[in-house]
Design a protein around this ligand. Sequence first.
Ligand code: AMP
Length: 489
Amino acid sequence: MNLFSLLDQTTARHSDRGAVFSGEHQVQTWASVRERALRLAGSVSALGPGARIAVASANCPQIIEMMFGIWAAECVFVPINYKLHPREMEQILDDAGVAQVFASAEIAARLAPLTTVPIEIVGGADYEKRCTADPLDPPRCTDPARLAWLFYTSGTTGRSKGAMLSHRNLMAMTVAHLADFDAPDENCSLIHGAPMSHGSGLYIPPYVLRGARQVVPASGAFDPDEFLDLCAHHPGCSAFLAPTMVARLVQTGRAKPPNLSTIVYGGGPMYVESLKKAMAAFGPIFVQLYGQGEAPMTITGLRRADHLDATDAVLGSVGYPRSGVDVAVLDADGRPAPAGEIGEIVCRGDVVMSGYWQNPTATEATLRDGWLHTGDMGSFDADGYLTLRDRSKDVVISGGSNIYPREVEEILLEHPGVVEAGVVGAPDQEWGEVVVAFIVGAVSADELDAYLLERIARFKRPKRYEFVDELPKNSYGKVLKRELRARLA
Ligand code: AMP
């Protein structure tokens, strides 16, 4: 089993149809993507099966042919978030033992002084020469356990580690997406609003299998107006967006383009109030996923229909287990916790990684007794919906009581004067830890305190408020709790 077969099948049926678009303009048909991928495969095949090949670029149309070319050569695609500092990129190249980098011109210039790994500019003369090399034959008997995607986790709470994902893992993710979330065909489009080095890139396989257009915004970035214009231009549009991107779409005040049919959101918490605003603005087009690099895009979810007439509890949950995935909440003794009780979320299934690249200690800590330990804390309700309470490290223990920051943040965000809120624990002589809230917005500490007193247990209220202009976030828009805690240390 090789993921290249997805491109092969679609090319057989739709060879002359538009496959890859830069903005509104077609740049490749399926036949030309397949041919360029196999020629690229021919040009890298000397590196040998299993060689790690990194791609460090803002979203660009060539990412699709590189992905399938690297897979056709049985090499490993190592996506690198283009917003990382070159030093962080170099650490990934070093950790993964990367043999070749394809980078945008700007990244190549900044990375070259830091590494001896050969770097080639995507779309440059040497790259284009590769696309005329002798093509490889399509792979026919790839071991499904062969590594396809080495994903360095974004590190919201710790050092970046390479999650090893095989062809089988990404095939399971593809099938679950088509079973649970979306039913695209050749008259549909996937608009790459989010980074293709992460969620949007992982959605390439299911949409390629169904022959849907791959549309890469010409800016290579997420601009809400550009995104909405593209949705008005292309047929049957779907996209994966981070919650902060959904909020930015709503802020445009524009109406939903008729062709925009599905927005999958996830990868970080979507607060109920923000989700309601988005549904009021765009209608029932939202799908939620809960996943992580170690079980890409696929642990639990809420389908479009689950959002209709849903209670706040359902909207605030991460839904229920995805097709082919077992999900459980374990208590402190490692036993399944009853409904309503908070414990660590674990999952298993074909979508789960085989471990962290050359990191047996981290692998053993994370893959135990056949389960992936997500590090997220949550609880199932009596109807089977899972709600995330927080990452286990984020629990604040104050005077012996556990306080889950997410719960406090949800309430703070309901206050009309609060734009953003990040809650963490600060060391305290008396209490062990106290709750501290970082707030972006026009509101006073007294107002917030009074507001919380009405809505939440006293002991959960922040003992202190820090008013800031913005919250520190990683390049995927997640609030960096580590950094907030460091400010208080
Ligand atoms: P990453 O591996 O960088 O994709 O981060 C995965 C983490 O993001 C998960 O372990 C969760 O803590 C968080 N996350 C993912 N999806 C959701 C979601 N739908 N709601 C809240 N948090 C999420």
